[in-house]
Design a protein around this ligand. Structure first.
Ligand code: PMP
Length: 412
């Protein structure tokens, strides 16, 4: 690894770790401002994938042979790395999933179906990604529970007084995002959890947009469940994490049945494996998990606090520059934000913004960002969204600003 440990934050060295950042798109150097959708992988993570596939591939947990044992050791070693990354108490509280979406579905199924019933209330926030809405709606359709929503103001800040009022004796679960993927708002999840716990209500935190950008400690937060995706934190697709407190995971039912999640099977009766294996039916994404371990090492070598500070400064710069362009409105102006700048331009559809910027090699996202209720609340059908990672630079923000000027000229 070439980067890291260099102070001050050496973004030029960091960029050299990411081969894709050297490529051209439509004749211009790639300016990748879509890390909230999926971040890029440094060479060390790519190398780890290739190393595993080339020299180490075997199924886990099943073989006495050397390769299988090595694969198992590597795979289980990542569970420990994840535990350390998020400050969980025990390795067995870390469940590998395909991503945040699968992790939330697992809880809605494994906890919701057993412990929620007709008339019970689930509190979500107005800032949720569809992944933290739809699984709960599916549960409500089947079990007759009801979703209540914490409203937000015009800046994209949750109304905590309204949350306090929503909490009542029927509240049986709270599920909120840590950082909004559409607006960038950082929610006061510690306080949300504290208030829910006063009533003995468990809380799931969707950390998909938080884990890549800040130090997270699930024990300090006292989160009951915490979810995130590998591909948003320099790892590969197909791997994600569900953290759950051991006592909750233990009382939950498995949601998929099959190999690896059992202790014994007969046609009369099956007994389930211990946590976390009870929730990992079938062959897991072994290569992706092992590469996620390399991504975690990489992020930790740079330091999540250093990453957060650098990105904070970059977002402030981008907010100032983009916000100063006449005809541009920033959507989402919460005082606490991370890594996301959503905006609209008067008279231009966000898809046109995205298409024109792409012609200059600038990758931004345009659309509803899988958060249609957020768009509705903010009174826009869609936004253009620039999202940042620690490998982005001020020069790239300047290029975005120039690109926005081009968009305005074309539509002027
Ligand atoms: N929650 C949030 C806040 C997200 O940003 C995303 C991804 N855009 C998800 C959940 C879903 O993550 P995945 O697609 O990796 O399952």
């Amino acid at each position: 690894m070439t980067t890291a440990l260099q102070t001050p934050f050496d973004v030029a060295a960091i960029r050299r770790d990411f081969p894709i950042l050297g490529r051209q798109v439509n004749g211009s150097p790639l300016i990748f401002l879509d890390s909230a959708a999926s971040s890029q992988m440094p060479q060390v993570v790519i190398d780890r994938l290739v190393q595993y596939q080339t020299h180490e591939h075997a199924n886990v947990h099943r073989g006495v042979h050397t390769l299988s044992q090595e694969a198992t050791t590597a795979y289980e070693g990542v569970r420990r790395k994840v535990r350390e990354l998020i400050g969980a108490k025990e390795d067995r509280e870390i469940v590998f999933t395909r991503g945040t979406t699968e992790a939330i579905n697992l809880v809605a199924h494994g906890y919701g179906r057993s412990f929620l019933g007709a008339g019970d209330e689930i509190i979500l926030s107005a800032l949720e990604h569809h992944a933290n809405i739809v699984p709960w709606q599916m549960l409500c359709e089947d079990k007759g529970c009801v979703i209540r929503v914490i409203p937000m103001d015009d800046r994209g800040v949750l109304d905590m007084d309204a949350y306090r009022e929503l909490l009542n004796e029927r509240t049986k679960f709270v599920s909120v995002t840590h950082v909004s993927n559409a607006l960038g708002t950082v929610n006061p999840v510690g306080e949300i959890i504290r208030l829910a716990h006063e009533r003995g209500v468990p809380v799931l935190v969707d950390g998909a947009q938080a884990a890549p950008h800040m130090r997270v400690n699930v024990q300090e937060l006292d989160a009951d469940f915490y979810t995130f995706s590998g591909h948003k934190m320099c790892g590969p697709t197909g791997i994600g994490i569900l953290y759950g407190k051991a006592e909750l995971l233990e009382k939950m039912k498995p949601w998929q049945g099959g190999g690896d999640m059992i202790l014994s099977v007969s046609f009369e009766k099956t007994t389930y494996n211990a946590i976390p294996h009870k929730f990992e039916a079938g062959t897991p994404p072994i290569a992706a998990a092992i590469a996620l371990g390399a991504a975690i090492d990489y992020l930790q070598a740079i330091g999540l606090d250093a990453i957060a500070a650098y990105e904070h400064e970059l977002l402030a710069y981008a907010t100032e520059r983009v916000g100063a362009i006449p005809g541009v409105t920033i959507i989402g102006t919460a005082p606490e934000k991370a890594a996301v700048l959503s905006f609209v331009i008067d008279g231009v559809h966000p898809h046109d913004i995205g298409t024109i910027l792409d012609q200059e090699g600038i990758a931004v996202r345009a659309g509803h960002h899988c958060a249609q209720p957020v768009m509705k609340r903010m009174g826009v059908p869609a936004t253009a969204r620039a999202s940042f990672a620690f490998y982005n630079t001020r020069a790239e923000v300047d290029a975005l600003v120039a690109g926005i000027s081009t968009v305005k000229e074309i539509f002027g």
